[in-house]
Design a protein around this ligand. Structure first.
Ligand SMILES: Nc1ncnc2c1ncn2[C@@H]1O[C@H](COP(=O)(O)OP(=O)(O)O)[C@@H](O)[C@H]1O
Ligand SMILES: [Mg+2]
Length: 278
């Protein structure tokens, strides 16, 4: 494995928070930005990334085949027809028990085979898989939560468990943010989990519907999410990007008061632009 390769493992011990949505769209965005990216679908319970990308029904070898020598890594990789830098490999659809460490090592072989410099790993709810593969495959953990308290608590628990087992890089994505609350509300969410914030993805009905047709957000014209994933991809590359840069965030309008000159001078200014993710 090349030293420069980055591996992002998308996780939370809670299901339904948007892990696969984030994995698929982050991988797609990185590939669109020219990073050769392998999306490794390691949801051993209920894989969905193939559906979200429209690969359902495409017969292919899987990571269990690679691990057992039934197929070569290159035979188990699919290249996305829309984006030449995006590659995909997967665990078996269901039934077959896959050893996490062997599946992860097979995914790394697949990345080597196609020269991917980035691996995005989708996982099921629960942290058995993330714990089982670390530190054989050293990854940056991207913990996904919605803004709901149970999801945030699950994120906090996931971060604590991973950190306890030696995972050093932990970051949080707040997904399906409804924008109804003031932007300072995000501060409170960060404090609840104590995990550094990587980005915020809006609630996006267009993206959700697109997924049902096998389209990533970047291929859905009305979707506001591509910019959110672009910002996240840039931050992962080390760029300082304001939290909601380029995003249309609904939220309360600032009330103007004649006694607050700074507001009156620039009523259109959006304070959310000032918040930086880490
Ligand atoms: N930002 C979002 N806006 C709207 N719907 C979303 C968003 N993120 C996820 N969803 C929807 O929520 C459901 C669960 O998302 P999914 O990514 O499968 O979660 P997980 O992988 O954590 O189980 C899916 O129907 C998906 O389309
Ligand atoms: Mg999933």
């Amino acid at each position: 494995m090349s030293r420069e390769r980055c591996v992002y493992l998308i996780t939370s011990c809670k299901g339904g928070v948007g892990k696969s949505t984030v994995a698929v769209n982050l991988a797609f965005t990185m590939a669109l930005c020219g990073q050769r990216t392998l999306l490794a679908d390691c949801d051993t319970k209920n894989r969905t990334a193939d559906l979200m990308l429209g690969y359902d029904g495409v017969g292919m070898f899987d990571l269990a085949d690679v691990a057992s020598g039934r197929a070569s890594p290159v035979e188990a990789v699919l290249r996305d027809p829309r984006c030449e830098d995006l590659f995909y490999c997967t665990v078996p659809p269901s039934g077959e028990v896959v050893d996490p460490a062997r599946a992860a090592s097979a995914a790394v072989s697949c990345a080597d085979a196609v020269g991917a410099d980035c691996i995005v790993i989708d996982t099921s709810g629960g942290i058995e898989f993330p714990l089982a593969i670390y530190p054989d495959v050293v990854y940056d953990a991207v913990i996904v939560s919605t803004q709901s308290l149970p999801a945030l608590r699950a994120a906090e628990k996931t971060g604590a468990e991973l950190s306890h087992h030696g995972v050093r890089s932990l970051r949080l994505i707040i997904n399906a943010y409804d924008g109804k609350k003031d932007v300072s509300y995000i501060d409170g969410l960060i404090n609840k989990t104590r995990i550094p914030l990587l980005g915020v993805v809006p609630y996006d009905e267009h993206m959700r519907r697109g997924q049902e047709r096998g389209m990533p957000a970047a291929a859905v014209e009305e979707s506001p999410s591509p910019r959110a994933f672009y910002n996240i991809a840039m931050r992962l590359r080390g760029a300082e990007v304001p939290l909601f840069s380029g995003m249309r965030v609904r939220g309360r309008k600032k009330k103007l008061s004649p006694y607050r000159r700074e507001d009156a001078d620039d009523p259109g200014r959006d304070s959310s632009e000032d918040m930086y993710a880490v």
